[in-house]
Ligand binder design. Structure first.
Ligand code: DGT
Ligand code: CA
Ligand code: CA
Length: 575
């Protein structure tokens, strides 16, 4: 049974959680978290590295101890150390840490004082008014906890796209290799590049169907078979991910793919259009009465209702059908359009690779430029830079640029936006940067007007260039902060600033609706990796997917510009 990187990452996350609750050394906790992040984001399977006898300690953040644990997990599927920790602390407790506002200290108190082990017990304690009696918790905290629990339960069933990909792609390949199978394609929300997916939908075409489902449910990661017929089956994988598979004849491929890709709202509208034309569209084709008139390709399905093919990322019934009818579908941005990346970290702060290693990796992705944006001094957990350290790095970049071929490093900084809207570094050093990326890393709970004002003030700063991860949300753990995004976008337009779409799988921030808003207001969006290691550039694929969901074209994306066109755009025109 193959062990995926995401499985190992889950084990490390659980270890980190349990250590944190035990009040262990924070550096030790962070080592496990970094390793988990490294595993989630890297392109190679650790199990393949082990099988090939490769040295795991070559990976950033992986020392001898972690390498041995990875090897143990790959070989046995288990980790003794985790089993030991689980014996000391009930493992259900780690779930409590996922509730926004509950750190290890509070979880410890809830466990020791109220004997709360599970979310269910936590909810009950909150409803009974027992939590407010604990020191450090008030009535308000109790209320917040209750709200956070219901939001969390709703979200839990969904998988982040990048995590789902680790399970979906190998399964797709497995299905494709079954004898008699012609094609196996990922459909559903996965194909539409939604930031999270409820389940995985796979469409298979094959001459004979029976043996396909037998082979599918025999996949060694299948835990439960929920339903199994000759043309459809639903299973739950060991990871908890649900998978639906449908098998159709080859000549139904287009109609079935269109149906199975969704969204439901989009499909309902397309089927309504068909009815107006006295046609019927199903997953088997387009029918006039009893007669099947077409349906072998998706194009043929859309053509039957008088429309051009619509890219999956747009299929949400959010105006794409009207746009298609009017011949006004956007020509969506593609990965190959990206000419560079405007957000990356190196070893100088919390990144894992050197300037040169990051530059080489960016060039291998076909980029002309890479902006180096370390954290600023206020972010002490990430060893943020002070002016002197930043100048030192800028000198190194100047030197390195003299040696590098086909790639240019841009001098930049991910500067903290302080609570009052000031930036965390003085003007003179910021003015020496090629661009300044500003970000909120603290005080996420300010009231809407205050939070908005804070960001507007930062953008008023003459050297501010790009607003990083504009809503601050983390898919698993943090809601977007409350801001007036339209105001921010309009100020960006006034000031000649840009918004970032951070492609980190945990962030995917700018949200798709705000991408559309930025486009409508003619503010360019930078699709940025926020890379902390050379592997992280691969995450840009998800950023591009999100940008496409936000209707962005090449012209709407800042880093589709060549370096020559980009440089003058980074100079603020209006101050
Ligand atoms: P998810 O799994 O929650 O992330 O979202 P989807 O869009 O993948 O939804 P899912 O897995 O329930 O269904 C896959 C596709 O099948 C969906 O996008 C469209 C199609 N579909 C499902 N139910 C219906 C339905 O009742 N009517 C129509 N027209 N299509 C449906
Ligand atoms: Ca689905
Ligand atoms: Ca499904």
């Amino acid at each position: 049974m193959p062990v995926h990187n995401a499985d190992i990452a889950n084990i490390f996350e659980e270890i980190a959680d349990l250590l944190e609750i035990e009040n262990a050394n924070p550096f030790r906790v962070r080592a496990y978290r970094n390793a988990a992040r490294q595993l989630q984001g890297m392109g190679v399977a650790a199990s393949d590295m082990v099988a090939g006898g490769e040295d795991l300690t070559e990976l950033p953040g992986i020392g001898d101890d972690l390498a041995a644990k990875i090897q143990e997990i790959v070989e046995t599927g288990k980790c003794q150390f985790l089993e030991k920790l689980r014996k000391k602390t009930p493992p259900t407790i780690t779930e409590l840490l996922k509730i926004p506002g509950l750190g290890p200290k509070r979880v410890r108190a809830l466990y020791h004082e109220l004997d709360v082990h599970t979310l269910e017990q936590l909810a009950r304690a909150a409803r009974d008014g027992r939590i407010r009696k604990l020191p450090g918790f008030g009535e308000k905290t109790e209320q917040t906890i209750l709200e956070a629990i219901s939001a969390h339960v709703e979200k839990q069933a969904r998988f982040k796209l990048a995590v789902a990909a680790q399970y979906a792609e190998p399964l797709r390949k497995y299905l494709e290799n079954i004898s008699g199978v012609k094609q196996a394609v990922l459909a559903g929300s996965y194909r539409r590049f939604k930031e999270t997916v409820g389940d995985i939908d796979i469409l298979v075409t094959a001459g004979h169907t029976e043996n396909v489902m037998d082979r599918f449910v025999a996949y060694d990661e299948v835990k439960d078979v929920m339903a199994k017929g000759s043309t459809r089956a639903t299973v739950i994988l060991k990871s908890g991910l649900q998978v639906d598979v449908r098998v159709v004849n080859e000549d139904c491929f287009g109609a079935a793919l269109q149906y199975f890709t969704g969204s439901k709202a989009h499909n309902i509208e397309i089927r309504r259009l068909a009815q107006e034309r006295k046609l019927k569209i199903s997953e088997y084709g387009v029918f006039k009465g009893e007669k099947r008139i077409t349906g072998d390709t998706e194009e043929s399905v859309y053509r039957s209702v008088g429309l051009p093919w619509i890219p999956p990322e747009l299929r949400e019934n959010r105006g794409e059908i009207e746009a298609a009818r009017a011949g006004k579908l956007p020509k969506l941005v593609e990965f190959a359009d990206l000419k560079g990346d405007l957000h990356a970290h190196t070893k100088a702060t919390d990144g894992h690779h050197t300037l040169r290693e990051m530059a080489d990796a960016a060039r291998r992705h076909g980029f002309e430029y890479l902006a180096v944006t370390e954290h600023s001094r206020r972010l002490t957990v990430a060893h943020g830079l002070d002016p002197q350290q930043l100048r030192k790095q800028m000198n190194e970049i100047d030197k390195l640029n003299g040696q590098l071929k086909n790639i240019t490093l841009l001098k930049s900084i991910e500067v903290d936006i302080l609570e009052d809207g000031h930036l965390d570094l003085p003007d003179d050093v910021l003015s020496e940067c090629d661009l300044v990326v500003g970000a909120v890393h603290s005080k996420f709970n300010l009231a809407r007007a205050k939070q908005t004002e804070r960001i507007l003030r930062a953008m008023d700063h003459p050297h501010f260039t790009i607003l990083a991860h504009p809503t601050g949300r983390l898919l698993d753990t943090r809601e977007p902060y409350d801001v007036d995004m339209l105001k921010i976008i309009r100020r960006a337009r006034e000031r000649g600033c840009f918004l970032e779409l951070n492609a980190h799988p945990e962030r995917l921030d700018l949200l798709d609706i705000y991408c559309q808003m930025a486009r409508d207001e003619a503010v360019l969006v930078a699709i940025s990796s926020d890379a902390h290691s050379t592997q992280d550039f691969d995450n840009l694929v998800y950023g591009v997917g999100q940008a496409r969901r936000g209707w962005l074209e090449r012209k709407d994306v800042l880093n589709t510009r060549s370096l020559k066109l980009l440089m003058p755009m980074l100079k603020r025109t209006m101050i």
